[in-house]
Design a protein around this ligand. Structure first.
Ligand SMILES: Cc1ncc(COP(=O)(O)O)c(C=O)c1O
Length: 409
C-alpha cells in the first residue's frame, strides 16, 4: 500500500498536537527538520513506564526486571530500524550532540599529532564542533567544500582524504538545504585509507529507510525527536568499533558495547517512547517482519514527502521575489526540506509574519552556520526553511504559498 495524501490526512488523528484548539488559525507544523510531533502511541508508552516500571535497571524485583526487558527490547527495535546486526550496536544518550561529543572525546585518545580529521562545510555544527575541537589534541582539521548549488564537492572530498586522514564526519542529509550526500563515495574513500566514517543521520532517518550495514559506516547518529519520538539520541556503532575506544565512563559502568559510551541513568520512559515511534512508523508498511514493515513504510513516506516538497519547491520558485537555495528535486536523493530567501523580508520577519498566521517555519542558520556563511547569507539572517513530515498536507503548503506571495516582494 503506497503512503498517499489520504494516509497523511488519516495520520493526523494520531497526533494530539495537530488538533485544532482555540480560536486562532489551525497550526501548520512545517518545521519537520526542527522536530516532529509525537503520536498518541508514544505518549501512552511513556505514561506506561511511569505507571508500571519507573525504577532503575538491574534490580532484583519485578518492575526492575521489566525495565531491563524493555531496555533490551528498545536496543533490538532500534537495531531493526537502522538495519544493524543486533541491539549490541545501539547506545542511547541525551541527544545526538552529546553522544557525538562523547565519541569525539574517545577518538581523541587514539590520535597522534598531525592526524587529519575531515569535516564538511554543509554539516550541522553537531557534526563539526565535536570534531573541530580535536585540533586541541594536535589533529589537523580540514573541510570538504560546499559548492554554490548546495552540494558537497566530490573532487574536493577525494583530494582531502589522505593517508593521514583518521576520520570523516559527514551528514547523510542537510537539515538546511535538504541535500543528500554521497555516502557511498565517502565510504569508498575512507575505506581506502583506513579512516573512520561517522555519519550524522539526524535529518535522514525521518525521511528514508536507513541501512547502516549497507552503508558500512563505523558510527551513525540520529535523534528520535526528529522521527516522531521523544528527545533521545541514538548511536549505532559497527560491531567491535566501540570496544576499540577509550570512552569517558565511570569505573562502575559496564565496559562492553553498547554500554561502554553511556553515562548515568538513561531516560527509560523516553526510550520506550522511541520504540513506540518506530512501531508507529512501521504500521504504515507491510511485510512479514518488523524490518520489512519499516522499510516498506519509510519507502512510502519518502515518496509521499518527496512529491509534496517537490510541489512546494516548484510553486515557491515561481513566486516573484523568492530565491530557492539548495539542490532541485530532479533526483530521488533529496530530503523534503526547502529553504528560500525573499527580496522584501528577512527570514526572521517572514517567519514571524507567518507564525502569527499559524504557519510554523524556521528562520536562521539551523546550526548549519558554516553552510549559511559559505552561501553568503550569514549577514542577511540566513534562510527561511520549510520541511514536511508524514502528516503534512498540500493544503498546509498552499496556505504557506499564499502567505509568501503576500510578503515576498
Ligand atoms: C542534521 C542535524 N544533526 C544534528 C542535530 C543535533 O541533534 P540533537 O538536537 O539531537 O543534538 C540536528 C538538530 O537539529 C540536526 O538537524
Amino acid at each position: 500500500m503506497p503512503y498517499t495524501a489520504a494516509e497523511a490526512v488519516l495520520s493526523r488523528r494520531d497526533f494530539p498536537a495537530l488538533e485544532h484548539r482555540g480560536q486562532g488559525p489551525e497550526l501548520a507544523y512545517l518545521d519537520g527538520p526542527g522536530g516532529s510531533q509525537v503520536p498518541n502511541a508514544v505518549i501512552e508508552a511513556m505514561r506506561d513506564v511511569y505507571s508500571t516500571c519507573n525504577v532503575n535497571t538491574h534490580g532484583n524485583f519485578p518492575p526492575s526486571r521489566e525495565i531491563d526487558r524493555r531496555m533490551a527490547r528498545a536496543r533490538e527495535v532500534l537495531a531493526v530500524f537502522l538495519g544493524a546486526a543486533d541491539g549490541g550496536c545501539i547506545s542511547f544518550g541525551q541527544n545526538m550532540t552529546t553522544l557525538n561529543f562523547s565519541l569525539s572525546a574517545a577518538i581523541a585518545r587514539s590520535l597522534t599529532p598531525g592526524d587529519e580529521i575531515l569535516i564538511t562545510q554543509l554539516d550541522h555544527e553537531a557534526n563539526r564542533g565535536p570534531w573541530a575541537r580535536l585540533r586541541d589534541h594536535g589533529a589537523v582539521i580540514k573541510e570538504v567544500r560546499l559548492m554554490p548549488g548546495g552540494v558537497l564537492d566530490p573532487e574536493d572530498m577525494a583530494a582531502k582524504i589522505t593517508a593521514r586522514t583518521k576520520l570523516l564526519a559527514l551528514g547523510a542529509s542537510s537539515n538546511a538545504l535538504g541535500t543528500v550526500n554521497d555516502l557511498a563515495l565517502a565510504r569508498r574513500l575512507t575505506r581506502a585509507v583506513g579512516a573512520l566514517l561517522v555519519v550524522d543521520a539526524v535529518h535522514y532517518a525521518p525521511h528514508f529507510p536507513v541501512d547502516v550495514q549497507a552503508l558500512g559506516a563505523d558510527f551513525v547518529l540520529c535523534s528520535a525527536y526528529k522521527f516522531y519520538g521523544p528527545h533521545v539520541g541514538v548511536l549505532y556503532s559497527a560491531p567491535g568499533a566501540l570496544a576499540r575506544l577509550s570512552t569517558d565512563r565511570l569505573s562502575t559502568q559496564d565496559p562492553e558495547a553498547p554500554y561502554r559510551i553511556e553515562t548515568g541513568t538513561l531516560n527509560h520512559a523516553a526510550i520506550a517512547g522511541v520504540v513506540a515511534a518506530i512501531e508507529y512508523l512501521a504500521h504504515w508498511g507491510h511485510g512479514a517482519n518488523l524490518r520489512e514493515r519499516i522499510v516498506d513504510a519509510m519507502t512510502g513516506i519518502a515518496a509521499y514527502e518527496h512529491g509534496l516538497a517537490e510541489y512546494f519547491h516548484s510553486a515557491v520558485a515561481a513566486l516573484p521575489g523568492v530565491k530557492v537555495w539548495g539542490p532541485d528535486f530532479s533526483g530521488r536523493a533529496r530530503a523534503p526540506t526547502v529553504s528560500i530567501t525573499l527580496v522584501a523580508s528577512t527570514p526572521a520577519e517572514a517567519a514571524a509574519w507567518l507564525g502569527e498566521r499559524g504557519i510554523c517555519v524556521w528562520n536562521g542558520n539551523f546550526y548549519a552556520a558554516r553552510a549559511v556563511e559559505i552561501l553568503g547569507l550569514a549577514d542577511r539572517g540566513g534562510l527561511l526553511r520549510t520541511g514536511v513530515s508524514l502528516y503534512s498536507t498540500r493544503a498546509e503548503l498552499d496556505r504557506l504559498l499564499e502567505g509568501l506571495a503576500d510578503i515576498a516582494v
